[in-house]
Design a protein around this ligand. Structure first.
Ligand code: SAH
Ligand code: SF4
Ligand code: F3S
Length: 449
């Protein structure tokens, strides 16, 4: 068998980070990545099951490529989808060769090496395996670093605790070692990942929390920026916000999902905070960091959500003025607590509520981006633009994407960019002249004359 693989990833940043780690594992074991699926000897889909639609997407991808089995291609399903209701998955996709949950990825090179056709390998279950460490092999500027696995919160609608198991925090030495190594390879910015980063360390036998971890990471020489997701409204407190405010390397961005503006619905969701507590956290964050960007998730159409509950969510959205919102229609998920509740909000009402918040938020986001016009931002340039090779893309200190025209040799540096315009959440700017002059060899030549 040729040692070539193809990976297709769905879902959140955690899945994408694991895909990256799986890729590195295989490359280190002598495999080659194949961009053309037709030529790969192993096709791997990393699935998300957060909503029914997301799950259907990965299943349909696999079904579409079933014909590759005729050439002897191995087909595997990985990620959260593989860990949930595996009997149902094997029924729906009977031609699978490998079903592997997020906690067993470290075994994949060995499994593939010894695979004998006709067998189905199923590896799902607990998350006691050590965290997969990753040394980036590409010339990337940014990297996602998982700091926790799993989740203990059991929000009533959510499959994540079922798909990923209980909360396990990564030892600080392993996090620091990975970031130091990555910085040596050229990484300048890290995004720390966890379902609720504020719960980091709760399972340690020693005293060490998320704030302590941030305080260690900011001291890593050569690392320019640190951000993190997701912050849970129940646990985001003064300690973290103060550390964010005090450290220039920490991106001034909080992704803090509200879900609903109605306390009755939050209770039914088992979210364990109130709208008032959420608003106090936003106020504290803005008092400490007036420029902070706050983004959030909203779910519409949860069982029992009346027009009055929905109006309360609209009010909060209007009052808080989030930079961006991710808005989802409730999707009942088997095995969750909410699955037994009556999914009583009709589809067309979910649709209407979704559209209403979408268009309200679009206006708010536009007004916020409009205020950036004329401002000068410190932008860490991350990569060349895919659409236009004369442009580069980076992020300002609020984590907002910025693009400008410039030579690619500034990738990896923080530069001053004057914002001229914005479109669909992307700020357009031009590099400040002063910087351009320093960089331009012709100018330097003239200066010598
Ligand atoms: N750990 C994060 C959320 C991860 S899931 C947190 O606690 O905030 C990302 C988002 O998907 C959630 O914030 C929620 O808005 C949405 N989501 C989760 N389960 C869902 C479901 N069953 N139906 C619709 N949206 C859902
Ligand atoms: Fe799901 Fe809630 Fe855990 Fe987030 S905190 S992953 S929504 S159970
Ligand atoms: Fe992420 Fe989807 Fe799993 S949102 S944690 S990949 S179910």
């Amino acid at each position: 068998m040729k040692k070539t693989f193809f990976i297709r990833t769905y879902g959140c940043q955690m899945n994408f980070s694991e895909a990256e780690r799986l890729r590195e594992l295989l490359l280190n074991a002598g495999w080659k990545e194949e961009k053309n699926i037709e030529n790969a000897s192993v096709v791997m889909a990393i699935g998300c099951s957060i909503r029914e639609k997301a799950e259907n997407r990965v299943i349909s991808f696999l079904k579409t490529h079933r014909y590759l089995k005729n050439k002897g291609t191995l087909i595997g399903l990985f990620g959260c989808t593989a860990n949930l209701h595996k009997e149902k998955i094997l029924e729906k996709i009977p031609f699978l060769d490998i079903l592997c949950g997020p906690n067993q990825l470290n075994k994949i090179p060995e499994i593939l090496e010894n695979f004998s056709n006709g067998n189905v390998v199923v590896m799902t279950g607990e998350n006691e395996q050590p965290f997969l460490e990753c040394v980036p092999s590409k010339n990337d500027v940014t990297m996602a670093v998982p700091i926790t696995k799993g989740c203990n919160n059991f929000c009533s609608y959510c499959v994540v605790p079922l798909a990923r198991g209980k909360l396990v925090s990564r030892h600080p030495d392993s996090v620091i070692r990975e970031i130091e190594c990555a910085v040596e390879k050229g990484i300048k910015s890290v995004t720390l990942l966890g379902q609720n980063v504020n719960e980091y360390g709760q399972d340690f036998k020693f005293q060490f929390d998320f704030g302590d971890l941030l305080n260690e990471i900011v001291n890593i020489d050569g690392l320019l920026r640190i951000d993190f997701l997701t912050s849970h409204p129940e646990d985001t407190g003064e300690k973290i916000l103060k550390i964010m405010a005090e450290n220039p390397k920490i991106v001034k961005h909080l992704h803090i999902p509200l879900q609903s503006g109605s306390n009755k619905i939050l209770k039914a969701m088992n979210r364990k905070y109130t709208v008032e507590k959420f608003l106090r956290t936003v106020e504290m964050a803005r008092n400490l960091m007036p420029e902070i960007s706050i983004t959030s998730d909203i779910m519409v159409g949860f069982p029992g959500e009346t027009e009055e509950d929905f109006e309360k969510t609209v009010e909060v959205v209007k009052n808080v003025r989030f930079n961006e919102l991710f808005i989802f229609k409730y999707s009942p998920r088997p095995m969750t607590k909410a699955y037994n509740m009556n999914d009583d909000v009709p589809q067309e009402v979910k649709e209407y509520r979704h559209q209403l918040i979408l268009s309200l938020q679009k206006k708010i986001s536009n007004q916020i981006y409009e205020m950036f016009k004329g401002r000068i931002c410190d932008v860490l340039i991350e990569r060349k633009s895919v659409k236009n090779p004369c442009y580069v893309i980076g992020r300002n200190i609020q984590g907002i994407p910025v693009t400008c025209s410039c030579s690619e040799n500034i990738i990896g540096s923080i530069v001053k960019v004057k914002i001229i315009n914005h479109r669909q959440g992307l700020l357009y700017g031009s590099i400040c002249e002063e910087f351009q002059l320093q960089q331009d060899p012709q100018f330097q030549g003239k200066k010598q004359i």
